[in-house]
Design a protein around this ligand. Structure first.
Ligand code: G6P
Length: 473
């Protein structure tokens, strides 16, 4: 394997901010793809992403469209300056309001979605945005290179790229769940087909769990009438092999990062605030799929049904705002605060706040919460994987009892030692919280150890390299 490897994703491995004096500060992102590409050394090719915000645009002005490895202190990055209206249409209008909602089964009212003329314009924006990626990748990739296209923002890219560059090996990875055929049918037929054929432009399409791969195959059968033979979908454009790679937690990174002084400091502050109360911890982006409101309502139900917990437990809820350009996210963010506040008003006393809600993103404080968690609550309505569920057991100090949605991809590997819940079932989730809080310490420690082992079975670098060798094999 000596070929060059390119990556394409909406968000790149580095982002820039501009200081008051005009200076540029780079912030490097984490995650499986970043560590995987770094591990490749000289074979790491260009990472194509969108220039997001003034900082990235200023970086393009300063360094040029393609930033070298030296410029980014990492790998070479090509940042695309997508016109703002096109970006808004693609990212907010299609990817996050429609595809994300379809894959996560999030439509809540009979009035949504609306496929009208305005949507047609947004869809044209999504196509243009995908075409910009395909164009840039076609220019950047050397003969026979491997290209790894990431996620639902870029579902049209594999096919568009294959049309331009048939010599490339193209992989697609979906970090989200995939919608079942009945839900995928919500999309207008030509668009549903375009998304499927877009992904089928890849030599390999991979997912976090078998369940999402099967759903993708079922959508292909339903919409395109193409069948699966073994793991291969044969279609008019050729064949696409399906694969499953369950991204694991990065134990090495977490164990080093979580015990640094800044985390110790925050841990001490949290302990001072919480005292010797038991803790139920959750850490999420404030995201409808994460089901934070139902999690709070389950906690409320616990306090209603089991007054013995009054004053003896704190729900540490870190909910970091996300996608605030979309009204539905802003409303959800406000709803999370309202419900948390209402619980504090209903049950709180002079010396006990039942819910400790923090909304300002602070990675060190999240790690501190992971370390002290007695119980971790991870209850998404649906989730491609969910790494919080995998990360907490790795650095928990006394072992954690994990209450986990059966609809998270992580449940496929953690299901035996987590307490699985139906994320819509508030009473059932409340019971699981009680069971987790009362789990005997030795059982909790044993389960937590097994959870940590399962969670780290496929570390990010192996996850990335496995995909690559399967693509090239
Ligand atoms: C999900 C998606 C990722 C995305 C992340 C953050 O996990 O699968 O592709 O990067 O959400 O979302 P954002 O919209 O803030 O990039």
């Amino acid at each position: 394997m000596t070929t060059e490897v390119l990556v394409a994703s909406n968000r790149g491995p580095v982002s820039y901010s501009v200081g008051a004096d005009g200076s540029l500060t780079a912030r490097r992102g984490g995650g499986g793809v970043v560590s995987g590409l770094m591990a490749l050394g000289p074979r790491a090719g260009t990472w194509v992403c969108a220039a997001l915000g003034d900082g990235d645009r200023a970086a393009v002005d300063r360094f040029g469209a393609t930033l070298s490895a030296a410029d980014t202190d990492g790998q070479s990055v090509r940042m695309l300056r997508i016109p703002p209206a096109t970006y808004d249409a693609a990212y907010n209008g299609v990817a996050n309001s429609v595809l994300w909602f379809v894959h996560h089964l999030l439509y809540q009212t009979p009035l949504e979605p609306v496929f009208d003329e305005a949507f047609e314009e947004r869809w044209a924006g999504y196509e243009a945005y995908n075409a910009a990626f395909a164009e840039a990748l076609a220019e950047e990739a050397g003969e026979g290179a491997a290209v790894l296209v990431q996620d639902y923002h870029l579902s049209l890219v594999p096919r568009m790229l294959r049309e331009r560059r048939p010599d490339l090996r193209i992989g697609f990875f979906a970090h989200t769940p995939w919608a079942p055929p009945e839900l995928f049918r919500v999309l207008p037929d030509p668009i549903a087909r375009q998304v499927l054929l877009g992904v089928l432009g890849a030599d390999r399409a991979a997912f976090h769990t078998r369940r999402w791969a099967d759903a993708f195959a079922a959508c292909c059968a339903d919409q395109l009438g193409v069948g699966l033979s073994g793991d291969v979908v044969a279609h008019e454009g050729g064949t696409t092999r399906l694969g499953v790679h369950a991204l694991g937690a990065d134990a090495e990174f977490l164990r080093e990062r979580a015990f640094r002084p800044d985390v110790d400091e925050r841990l001490a502050a949290l302990r001072a605030e919480i005292g010797d109360r038991r803790t139920i911890v959750r850490v999420d982006r404030t995201e409808l799929s994460k089901n934070i409101v139902r999690g709070l309502l389950a906690y409320r139900r616990l306090l209603t049904d089991r007054p013995e917990w009054h004053g003896r437990v704190t729900h540490v809820a870190f909910a970091y705002p996300s996608r605030q350009d979309l009204a539905v996210y802003r409303e959800y963010t406000a709803e999370v605060s309202r419900v948390a506040e209402a619980i504090n008003v209903e049950f709180g006393t002079a010396d006990w706040s039942p819910v400790l809600l923090h909304v300002k993103d602070d990675f060190a404080r999240s790690l501190a919460a992971y370390r002290l968690a007695d119980v971790a609550l991870v209850n998404p309505v649906r989730d491609g994987m969910n790494l919080v569920a995998k990360e907490v057991p790795v650095i928990s100090e006394e072992g954690v009892a994990l209450v986990l949605s059966r609809e998270a991809g992580a449940a496929a590997e953690l299901g035996e030692d987590a307490l699985l819940v139906n994320p819509y079932d508030i009473a059932g989730t409340a019971q699981a919280l009680h069971r987790a809080l009362t789990m005997p310490p030795d059982e909790r420690a044993r389960r937590s150890e097994r959870l940590a082992a399962a969670a780290t079975a496929l570390p990010p670098t192996d996850w990335f390299l496995d995909q690559l060798s399967a693509l090239q094999g």
